[in-house]
Design a protein. Structure first.
Length: 190
C-alpha cells in the first residue's frame, strides 16, 4: 500500500486534546520536533546502556583478580561471597539480556508477520476490488448490448407492425370498395 508523507499533512487534523483542529503545517512541524526529541532520547539511552555494559565488563575483570582470591581469613571469605554474589548477578544479567534479545526478535518477527498479513489482505482486497470493477464493466457492457439489441428489436417490430397495420387498413379499404361497388348491383330496391 502506498502512503504519501506529503499528502498526509495537507488537510487539517483534529486536535488530540479535543481543542478544535490543528493546521496541517503545524502538525508537520510538531512531528518533526517530536522526532528530534525522540532521536535525542534514543541516543542517550544507547549511550547509557553502553556505559552499563562497559561497567559490567570491568566489574567482571575486577573479580577475576587472582590476588584478592588468595586472601585468607574473614576478608577472603567476604571476597569469596562477593565474587559468588557478583557471579550470580552477572549470570542473571546475561540471562535477562538474552531474554530481552529473544523478545525483541520475536516482536520484530511478529511485526513482520502482521505487516505481511496486512499487505496480503490489502492485495486480496485490491484483487477483489479490481475483479468487481471488471465484473461491473462487463455487466454494464452486457446491459448496454442488451439494451441496444432490445431497441433494435423494438424498432424492427414496430416497423413490421406498422406494415401489417397499413396492409390491414388497405385490405379493409379494398373490401369496403368492393362492397360499395357490389352493393348497387345487388340492391333490389333501387
Amino acid at each position: 500500500m502506498e502512503w504519501s508523507y506529503c499528502d498526509y499533512f495537507w488537510a487539517d487534523k483534529k486536535d488530540p486534546q479535543g481543542y478544535g483542529t490543528v493546521v496541517g503545517f503545524e502538525l508537520l512541524l510538531q512531528k518533526q520536533l517530536k522526532g528530534k526529541q525522540m532521536q535525542k532520547e534514543m541516543s542517550e539511552f544507547v549511550g547509557e546502556r553502553t556505559k552499563i555494559e562497559e561497567y559490567a565488563q570491568n566489574l567482571a575483570k575486577l573479580f577475576q583478580n587472582s590476588l584478592a582470591a588468595q586472601e585468607e581469613g574473614s576478608l577472603g571469605e567476604a571476597w569469596a561471597q562477593l565474587a559468588s554474589c557478583y557471579a550470580s548477578v552477572e549470570k542473571a544479567r546475561k540471562a535477562l539480556t538474552e531474554r530481552q534479545r529473544d523478545l525483541e526478535m520475536k516482536t520484530q518477527q511478529l511485526e513482520i508477520k502482521l505487516s505481511n498479513k496486512t499487505e496480503e489482505n490489502i492485495k486480496k482486497a485490491r484483487r477483489r476490488s479490481t475483479q468487481a470493477g471488471d465484473d461491473l464493466m462487463r455487466w454494464v457492457d452486457l446491459y448496454n448490448q442488451a439494451q441496444s439489441k432490445w431497441f433494435e428489436e423494438v424498432v424492427t417490430t414496430t416497423l413490421e407492425l406498422e406494415q401489417l397495420e397499413v396492409q390491414r387498413v388497405e385490405m379493409i379499404r379494398q373490401r369496403l370498395c368492393q362492397y360499395t361497388q357490389l352493393h348497387p348491383k345487388t340492391d333490389m330496391f333501387n
